[in-house]
Design a protein around this ligand. Structure first.
Ligand code: C2E
Ligand code: MG
Ligand code: MG
Length: 282
């Protein structure tokens, strides 16, 4: 009887695994089709300096309008795109689209584009960035690439060389989601990032004397010492903004200052609140 039960459990697992494999295959086919049919879009979220609350940039965030599942967020398809290699063409499209859009928004100081580790490591990545800048006409100084901490864990020499080449073009490099990975002070020193983006999980737990506060204070102090600019994500209320400002954090992003929005909505916002004017709550 125990044996039967075991067999039943196994059949269940088998069915479940088949189901997942099928779902994955279907999603992969969808991903290829989406690329061919241009079903990806970018949303743009304002980046603001905490002192004057002026618009200093926008982060481009990928969206996929799936025919049956509806709008999907990157977490739902980027991992699969990495596994299948489709991150190459999808990422190249996102970069080109963000650069084209930034050219159409001359008053926007900077456009930030996310690059995943698998994307960065692909052969010809830096050359692709150079070509995109040339073809779109975006001055490299207006482009910032956001890279994950995990990028520095493997094949460090090649990665550092790639990052250095990008910086020599004038492109700036931000370390994204700082604090969620395992980079050490040593990795930060070996590659001088232009900016550190403190992960929103620290901002969300912010209390005047709490642990998150202590971590943020330490990261800000360390960044200052290394000459790296600072940014915090996920700022949703004035209390968080005030605490971050009090600690000397330079820039922020979050629902308090604007949600990710379509290019159209961003264009409207730019017209209504040009970058030289303060944004929400000032
Ligand atoms: P990220 O770079 O850390 O982007 C910030 C994420 O936080 C975005 O999620 C954004 O919608 C969300 N967010 C912004 N402000 C707030 C806030 O105040 N509260 C809360 N709760 N959330 C906030 P999203 O758009 O789902 O993107 C998730 C991740 O996907 C990004 O994290 C980035 O790592 C990746 N990603 C996005 N676009 C691209 C892309 O074009 N290429 C690659 N390779 N990765 C991308
Ligand atoms: Mg980012
Ligand atoms: Mg993040």
């Amino acid at each position: 009887q125990a044996k039967d039960a075991g067999r039943g459990t196994w059949r269940f697992f088998e069915a479940e695994m088949n189901r997942r494999l099928q779902a994955r295959k279907a999603l992969e086919a969808d991903l290829r089709r989406a690329l061919a049919e241009s079903r990806f879009t970018l949303h743009y979220q304002p980046q603001v300096d905490l002192d004057g609350r002026r618009l200093v940039g926008a982060e481009a965030l990928l969206r996929w309008d799936h025919p049956t599942h509806g709008p999907l967020r990157p977490a739902q398809f980027i991992p699969l795109a990495e596994e299948t290699g489709l991150i190459g063409p999808i990422g190249a499209w996102a970069l080109a689209e963000a650069c084209r859009q930034a050219v159409a928004w001359p008053s926007l100081p900077r456009i930030a584009v996310n690059i995943s580790a698998g994307q960065f490591r692909r052969a010809g990545f830096v050359a692709m960035v150079e070509r995109t800048l040339r073809e779109t006409g975006l001055p490299p100084q207006r482009l910032e690439l956001e890279v994950p901490e995990a990028l520095l864990l493997v094949d460090t020499e090649a990665v550092i060389a790639g990052l250095a080449r990008l910086r020599s073009l004038g492109v700036s490099i931000a370390m994204d989601d700082f604090g969620t990975g395992s980079s050490s002070l040593g990795t930060l020193r070996r590659f001088a990032f232009d900016r550190i983006k403190i992960d929103r999980s620290f901002v969300q737990g912010l209390r005047p004397e709490g642990e998150a506060m202590a971590i943020i204070r330490a990261v800000l102090g360390m960044s200052r010492a290394l000459g790296i600019r600072t940014h915090a994500g996920g700022v949703e209320d004035e209390r968080q903004a005030a605490l971050l400002k009090g600690e000397g954090c330079e820039e922020v992003q979050g629902y308090l200052f604007g949600r990710p929005m379509t290019a159209e909505a961003f264009t409207t916002m730019l017209a209504a609140r040009p970058p030289e004017l303060a944004l929400a709550g000032a």
